[in-house]
Design a protein around this ligand. Structure first.
Ligand code: ADP
Ligand code: MG
Length: 757
């Protein structure tokens, strides 16, 4: 009997030869004297697996090598896989060499576990099998037959065709491949194979172009429902499938369970090991969906657990005591009554501020719903409690506008507001000193607010406007300026409920449901470029009636110069047409004073047509603007379009929005139809999610977060998400086992850190 050490050495030797044999194309040239002889000599236990190797077809050889590897694995007692192996680099997975590892890494597969949890997105039905005699044009089916004849020919200099006649006793089918010369040796005359593909009737023949094939009876790539992976980066679907199968065989049994037994049973979910096996190799669609659901639930559960845990951990805040009298004075001074949902939001905020935990509240409402007033009220509360408030906007223009609005709202109140934007100078230094000394109650600004040189005496509240443009990183940084700072996030883009629950799992939610001033619905027309002239003639009509409005041009970073030129050119044309004094220009490259001048001229009505770039640049509140022309509307996102449109008809007057676009993609067409047909911000957000998928919608910062979800689908899995939330909370109440904490950290640690909640 050889010693164990010997055995390990011999196993390793045979393993190397197997890899070499594969690398050399299964030609039986890896070992002198042939593979079979080599194995008999060094590892008699594996002899049976490769008996007759030199006579086998390449397909049969591939199979024999797999069997030999099984033997190697089961022989290597001391090297039985253990759960820790799952974290080993993917190079160590069965069948993965350096080249493949590099390709797998491109797919984000770093470890053996990553490979096993690289889930297919959908199934392809290859289960229907038909005799050749019954095939019809257009069938997508599996056919099993014997190769009777082969031919190859060069059709064009760089196009070689291999054609194989397949016979199953009921008829002949021709399988055709282009530029795959290796198939010539692999497909052997007289052998039986299974083919899957789309049947075409051509020149009186039944043909299949580039069918998938494998030895008859293999039942792996054909004859069943087959998983399709999202991307393969130079690997074929077939080889990925094959890799995953081999490694599931080797490591499947050491995959650990994650969900608590009780939760799993309550929801009737299969064990994780089985779910992972089934999602790759389902018996059919039902089986696949059951497995996917189990894995999706697991992800969402861990995510919700993470949010709940993190919130608990950092739930040290301070309670602020707003002065009700000052708040009342603020409300009285508004000159209008708050809507019921504004009142509810303010009451909830006050409760949050008084409570000894940090507020974390998302204030949602369509454009014009009155969020700014609510946020201003929150600032009054903080200031009246002796703390400072920071009010952050995504751009300088919006910050300036907020500053302007807050000054008005706070006039007559003992509250000092300051604006802090980029740049330097003595004014800025004075403001910084005043902030540090606690003389400023409310600071309005951009990202400049979270720069190192800004220090607050006592930051009690941070208001963040337009969260989705802002990014979670900045928010987290802002939070660090004060301990246990209360956070109020305002979002004008209504976020679908699924996304709120996922990304803002622990946010409390206030929604402004009703519009404060009943607004006429803005009428939206979508016209093609060829009808631009008609649009501007209607604009003439508006101007003749004394109305004013915007002409918007897209401005994106990659093509900024061009975009700017287009906008400037349009401005020149319109200035010629409507008179220079009536037309203004506003874009991001202008010096701040010029911007401010353009805005106030428009606000005052001296300028009637404001040609502007990008959304935020016109994040203006000019209630009597009543028309908007959006040029190249197909280049804007749906949410952006909706935001833009929200800028007109604010005073309750009739308003029209013209979207000029000849969209080139189906997606852009769907976007524009949705824009034309929908006015409700929430419906728009749902449509956007449907059209673009969640990753895009959330912007880059949150994208990483969502792309961590491998099985869950934020559009379809709302129900699962809600269950996951309930179960996660239940577990947090009872106490979360260390093992699960580690799992949450491992999977979502980075993202949760970023979210800073
Ligand atoms: P949002 O920030 O949600 O887009 P704003 O707070 O800017 O909306 O409000 C839009 C306009 O409506 C502003 O001119 C504001 O003064 C006004 N407004 C806000 N709340 C009310 C209300 N309850 N009644 C009447 N007008 C209101
Ligand atoms: Mg606003």
């Amino acid at each position: 009997m050889p010693k164990a050490g010997d055995l390990e050495g011999r196993i390793e030797l045979v393993r190397k030869v197997v890899e070499l044999e594969r690398a050399r194309g299964l030609q039986d040239r890896a070992a002198i004297g042939g593979l079979e002889a080599f194995v008999s000599r060094h590892l008699p236990e594996g002899k049976r697996a490769v008996a007759g190797y030199s006579q086998m077809s390449p397909a049969a050889r591939a199979k024999a090598l797999e069997q030999l590897e099984e033997v190697l694995t089961s022989l290597g007692r001391g090297r039985q896989p253990c759960p820790e192996d799952l974290a080993r680099p993917v190079e160590e997975a069965a069948g993965v060499g350096e080249k493949r590892a590099a390709l797998l890494r491109k797919l984000g597969i770093e470890t053996i576990e990553d490979l096993l949890t690289f889930f297919p997105r959908r199934l392809e039905d290859r289960s229907v099998q038909k005799p050749i005699g019954e095939l019809a044009d257009g069938d997508a089916v599996t056919v099993v037959g014997t190769v009777r004849a082969k031919s190859r020919m060069r059709v064009r200099p760089h196009l070689e065709l291999i054609k194989v006649a397949v016979d199953d006793g009921t008829g002949l089918l021709f399988a055709i491949w282009f530029n795959q010369p290796w198939l010539w040796d692999e497909l052997r005359q007289g052998e039986k194979y299974a083919f899957y593909g789309k049947v075409q009737r051509r020149f009186g023949e039944l043909q299949m172009e580039n069918p998938v094939w494998e030895p008859a009876g293999a039942g792996f790539h054909t004859g069943r429902w087959v998983p399709i992976y999202p991307a393969t980066e130079g690997l074929s679907q077939a080889s990925l499938r094959w890799l995953i199968r081999r490694n599931l065989r080797r490591y499947g049994r050491v995959i650990p369970e994650i969900l608590p037994e009780e939760v799993r049973r309550r929801l009737g979910l299969p064990p994780r090991r089985e779910a992972i096996r089934r999602i790759h190799f389902p018996r059919g669609p039902h089986d696949f969906e059951r497995a996917r659901k189990a894995l999706a639930f697991e992800e969402l559960f861990l995510l919700q657990l993470g949010l709940a845990l993190r919130y608990k951990k950092e739930a040290r805040g301070r309670s602020l005591n707003p002065d009700p009298k000052l708040v009342e004075r603020f409300v009285q001074g508004l000159g209008f009554d708050l809507t019921p949902s504004q009142k509810r939001a303010l009451a909830a905020i006050e409760q949050d501020l008084r409570a000894p935990y940090p507020m974390l509240r998302l204030l949602q409402g369509d454009v014009g719903a009155g969020k700014t007033v609510v946020a201003a009220g929150a600032c009054v509360m903080a200031a009246s409690a002796g703390a400072q408030a920071a009010f952050m906007a995504p751009t300088e223009i919006l910050a300036e506008q907020h500053f302007f609005v807050l000054q008005e709202l706070f006039s007559g109140l003992p509250i000092r507001v300051e604006l802090l934007v980029g740049g330097s100078g003595t004014r800025k230094r004075r403001v910084l000193a005043a902030i540090a000394a606690g003389e400023v109650d409310v600071v309005v600004g951009t990202h400049a607010l979270i720069q190192e040189d800004v220090s607050f005496r006592d930051l009690g509240l941070a208001v963040v406007d337009e969260q989705h443009r802002f990014g979670v990183v900045q928010r987290a940084a802002l939070e660090k300026k004060g301990e246990g700072t209360n956070i109020l996030v305002m979002s004008a883009t209504p976020i679908p409920r699924t996304v709120v629950l996922t990304l803002y799992g622990e946010f409390a939610l206030s929604v402004l449901e009703e519009m404060p001033r009943p607004r006429e619905k803005v009428r939206t027309v979508w016209v093609s470029e060829s009808r631009r002239e008609e649009v501007y003639r209607e604009v003439e009509g508006f101007l003749a009636r004394g109305e004013k409005g915007y002409v918007i041009f897209p401005l994106v970073e990659e093509s900024e110069e061009l975009d700017l030129r287009a906008a400037t050119q349009a401005y020149e044309e319109l200035a010629r047409r409507f008179g220079r004094e009536q037309v203004g220009l506003l874009h991001g490259r202008m010096p701040p004073e010029e911007k401010r001048a353009a805005m106030s001229a428009f606000r005052a009505g001296e300028v009637k047509v404001l040609v502007a770039t990008t959304v935020v640049e016109v994040g203006l509140d000019v209630p009597d603007a009543s028309f908007m022309v959006i040029e190249h509307a197909d280049r804007f996102g749906l949410a952006q379009l909706h935001q833009l449109r929200g800028r007109i008809g604010r005073g309750g007057q009739e308003a029209v929005c013209y979207a000029i676009a000849d969209p080139k993609t189906e997606e852009a067409r769907r976007r524009l139809s949705a824009f034309r047909d929908l006015t409700d911000g929430f419906k728009i957000a749902e449509a956007d999610l449907q059209i673009r998928g969640p990753g895009d919608l959330l912007g880059t910062a949150q994208h990483g977060f969502v792309s961590r979800l491998k099985a869950a689908n934020l559009i379809r899995d709302l129900g699962l998400l809600e269950q996951a939330r309930v179960e996660a909370r239940r577990l947090v109440e009872k106490g979360v086992p260390e093992r699960l904490r580690r799992e949450v950290e491992r999977r979502f640690g980075e993202e949760l850190e970023l979210l800073g909640v």
